[in-house]
Structure formats: C-alpha cells, structure tokens
Design a protein around this ligand. Structure first.
Ligand code: ADP
Ligand code: ADP
Length: 224
C-alpha cells in the first residue's frame, strides 16, 4: 500500500563552478496512513527532496511514483493534475492570498478543481474546525497570528483531499508553544483523514510523534 515512492533520485545544483550533488540515488517509500519525520541539518537537501517528491522540481535521474503511477513521462499538464489531486504541500511561510478570508483561501483550490461554492464552503469550514481555527474563518491573513495563519495554510493544503501531505518545516517560524499546538492539530487532521505525511522538522518533540523518522546522509534517505 505505497502512496509515494522515490526511486534512485538524483538532483544537483550548480553554484558558480561547483556542482552540488544534493540527492545521490535517494530511495524512499511512504505507505498509506504512515507519518514520517524528515530530520536533517540545514543544507542536507530536505527541501529538495520534498520538492522532487511533490512534483515541484524535476529530478536529474530516477523516478517518483505517486499512488503507483510514474511521474517522469507525463506532460507538464498531466503532472500538474497529478500534483493537484494527490499531493498537499505546506511551506514554512503560509503563502495565503492576502485579499481573501481564511475560509475563501481554503475554498479556492476546491473551486479551481470544479466543486460548487456550497460544497467547497462546507468542506472548508470543516477543515478549519479540525485545525481549531473555525472561529477565525471570516478573517483575512493579516488579521491572524502566525500560528493561526499556519493552521489555515494546513487546512488549505488538504482541501482537495490529497493522498500525501508534504510539509517543509511547517512550524519552523513559530515559537515552541504555538508550534506544538499547530502540530497537534496537523497530526489529528492527518490521522483523521487517513493521510500519509512526510514532514521536515527540526523539532524533536514533533518528530517523536510520527510513526518513523528518516534523515538525509550523503544524498541518500536513511532511517534516522
Ligand atoms: P535543506 O532543506 O535541508 O536545508 P535544501 O534542499 O534547501 O536543504 O538545499 C540543499 C543545498 O542545495 C543547499 O546547499 C542549497 O544552498 C542548495 N540549493 C538549493 N536550491 C538551489 C538552487 N535552486 N540553486 C543552487 N543551489 C541550491
Ligand atoms: P498563536 O498562538 O495562534 O500564534 P497569538 O498568541 O499570536 O496566537 O495570538 C493570540 C490571539 O490573539 C489569537 O488567537 C488571535 O485571536 C489574536 N490575534 C493575534 N494577532 C492578531 C491580529 N493581528 N489581529 C487580530 N487578532 C489577533
């Protein structure tokens, strides 16, 4: 029951005359319902791995399978469709649209996917409630605290019911108390929806709540 499989992925960047080999034949498997913490030092390649896994960046070599389907041979449109239907992504910074309310931000991906306004709004309210932020649904991002903004961003990331949630230090900008609270809500949401999640974090308390822990060593994903 594998929802995400990374197979022999290589990725390098050029920095001036240097070639940085970040992923060097990385393999990783995420099973249905599993939550995995990705804990590695800054610069190890966590964001790179998440971006490749989330079909946001092309690997130089190797393959990413999402729900058993290879992504490399797809057209850009097909890959985008796959990403929109199967993958939710949360960043360290929320990237909410400032001119829209929390509710509208969570409705947006569903409206783009073709849901009716009523259906999108009902689901958005439910997700905001799960993230314990339903009472702020009518507020715009600037009226929300950092922790509240991030709870809205998490609700939005799963609004199209993806199979896989990828999160890049989702609580990295928050103070420890707020981070714990936001992460608890995130974890409850993931478990409730039977989602699988790969979450990069520096927070060891957060990592200990996940089923499994991996790290990146010499460009490979290893149990950590
Ligand atoms: P982490 O998320 O673990 O901090 P990243 O995946 O962001 O690591 O980055 C790994 C390395 O690759 C870093 O040294 C970073 O500077 C470099 N890097 C990341 N993206 C690029 C890019 N677009 N161009 C050049 N170098 C990059
Ligand atoms: P969090 O722990 O969620 O980050 P804070 O301690 O930053 O929350 O804020 C506590 C409460 O103050 C929030 O739940 C919110 O109701 C309110 N609040 C914070 N920032 C703002 C703001 N810019 N405008 C209106 N209300 C705010």
């Amino acid at each position: 029951d594998t929802v995400l499989q990374i197979d022999g992925v290589r990725k390098h960047y050029k920095q001036g005359d240097n070639i940085l080999s970040i992923l060097n034949g990385a393999d990783f498997t995420l099973r249905k319902g599993e939550t995995v913490a990705l804990v590695a030092p800054s610069g190890a390649g966590k964001s790179t791995l998440l971006h490749v896994a989330g079909l946001l960046e092309h690997p130089d070599a190797g393959e990413v399978f999402v729900n058993g389907r290879a992504s490399s041979g797809l057209s850009d449109d097909a890959r985008t469709a796959m990403r929109r239907s199967d993958i939710g992504f949360v960043y360290q910074f929320h990237h909410l649209l400032p001119e829209f309310t929390a509710l509208e931000n969570v409705m947006m991906p569903q409206m783009i996917a073709g849901l009716s306004q009523i259906a999108a709004s009902e689901r958005a309210r439910q997700l905001l409630d799960y993230m314990r932020i339903g009472h702020r649904a009518e507020h715009r991002p600037a009226e929300l605290s950092g922790g509240e903004q991030q709870r809205v961003a998490i609700a939005r990331s799963v609004s199209n019911a993806p199979l896989v949630l990828l999160a890049d230090e989702p609580t990295g900008n928050l103070d420890p108390g707020t981070a714990g609270y936001v992460f608890e809500a995130l974890e409850a949401l993931v478990r409730q929806s039977g989602l699988s999640a790969l979450i990069a974090t520096h927070n060891h308390e957060i990592a200990s709540l996940m089923d499994r822990r991996v790290t990146i060593e010499d460009g490979q994903v290893v149990e950590g």
